[in-house]
Design a protein around this ligand. Structure first.
Ligand code: GDP
Length: 364
């Protein structure tokens, strides 16, 4: 119908259409090569990581995060080969409720560290990302300067699986980052639950960021989180808020004084900081450095890492046992039947579970 109205040959018509223009592709072919990970051998991955090649490091991390069997198989071989080169970084956990200023602080502290020649990897553990698929900590634009800094590497939280799974993957990612030459690793997490425990089990030093006057001084804040902290910084200590932050810091110091001394020989410190004015930001690293000196001298640093390694051992055994059990075809059928039997009160849950486990080991 329109071709009757649109007549390009009619000199008296205002309705003319332009001939179609061949639209050039919006995708840069050069970039396409980076988007599609090349198939590499384990040796190529390891070689690239050891050279500090960030593209290859990213791709290896993608393998670690993948749940495909062949990716996992390859990832485990890469990790194994990277292990001798890992372990040399200082690992710092950073937690605090959303909005406390974690990313702004990491950006401020991180850029000062890379300016001093350090290489910094920033990882995240975000248990919410599993449910929401969009992660609170995953937004890279939050740390723009660091994201464009050749001496830093930012990776959002692995999103698949349980908190235990995410934590396991993050530990493996730490190994890869260390092998790639990053001498400082930050692991960021939201201070809302179990994720701090997971982070504390993989870092050397744990920093808790708090807000003044958030109503949780000494009451709402979980004692367990405070006990894990090696340093508490009351953030946003600028402008009118500065005095309130000092006051809150004093309250935290008083509260911490009641806690029993830690076997690390380190007394947790409390100070104020502002990621805006940068006042107090250097105290974070000063304290990390002091902590590392003290705990390396008294042997705690080493023994904590050993303990963490033993924990990895038992967690990994748990993981493989469970995975083997639930993926076993015979068990899948029996489990379904047992569920129905338990619901119909034909058998107790305890006996059914014991039977299933016995059956699993007999079929192995
Ligand atoms: P996160 O959710 O813990 O990572 O918090 P963000 O770093 O995203 O910060 C949350 C908000 O607080 C942002 O609007 C920041 O600009 C602001 N903010 C962060 N640090 C400071 C600070 O030191 N002082 C002030 N006044 N605001 C800050």
């Amino acid at each position: 119908m329109y071709d009757k109205i649109i007549d390009n040959n009619n000199p008296h018509s205002n309705l003319k259409v332009q001939p179609p223009i061949n639209q050039p592709s919006q995708i840069n072919k050069e970039c396409l090569a980076h988007l599609k990970p090349k198939k590499r051998s384990v040796e190529e991955y390891v070689g690239g990581i050891l050279e500090g090649n960030r593209t290859i490091l990213s791709q290896a991390i993608t393998l670690v995060e993948s749940s495909l069997y062949e990716h996992q198989h390859m990832a485990q071989q890469i990790i194994e080969k990277c292990l001798p080169y890992a372990g040399k970084s200082i690992r710092v956990g950073i937690t605090g409720v959303p909005g406390v200023g974690k990313s702004t602080t990491i950006e401020a502290l991180g850029t000062s560290l890379t300016a001093k020649g350090h290489r910094l990897a920033v990882l995240a553990i975000d248990p919410s990302s599993e449910k929401t698929k969009g992660s609170i900590l995953g937004d890279k634009t939050r740390m723009e300067t660091l994201a464009n800094d050749p001496n830093s590497f930012i990776r959002p939280s692995p999103s698949a699986g349980s908190l235990g799974g995410v934590a396991r993957k993050t530990r493996e990612i730490i190994v890869l980052c260390e092998a790639a030459g990053f001498d400082i690793v930050f692991v960021e997490t939201v201070g809302v639950g179990q994720s701090e425990v997971a982070v504390a089990s993989m870092v050397d030093f744990f920093l808790l960021l708090q807000l003044a006057n958030a109503g949780d001084e000494l009451q709402g804040i979980k004692r367990g989180i405070m006990e894990m902290a090696d340093a508490i910084s009351i953030n946003k200590a600028d402008g009118d808020n500065k005095q309130l932050c000092e006051l809150a810091a004093q309250q935290y110091r008083n509260a911490l004084a009641l806690f029993p001394a830690s076997e690390s020989g380190w007394k947790p410190v409390v100070f104020t900081s502002s990621a805006y004015t940068l006042e107090g930001i250097d105290k974070i690293w000063e304290n990390v450095t002091k902590y590392v000196q003290i705990t390396k001298a008294n042997g705690y640093f080493e023994s904590k890492r050993n303990e963490q390694n033993l924990r990895i051992l038992s967690e990994t055994i748990d993981f493989y046992l469970k995975e083997g059990f639930y993926n076993n075809d015979k068990i899948k059928d029996l489990l379904e039947k047992s569920r129905q039997d338990v619901l119909a009160n034909k058998i107790s849950a305890y006996v059914a579970a014991q039977n299933l486990v016995r059956e699993y080991f007999q079929t192995k």
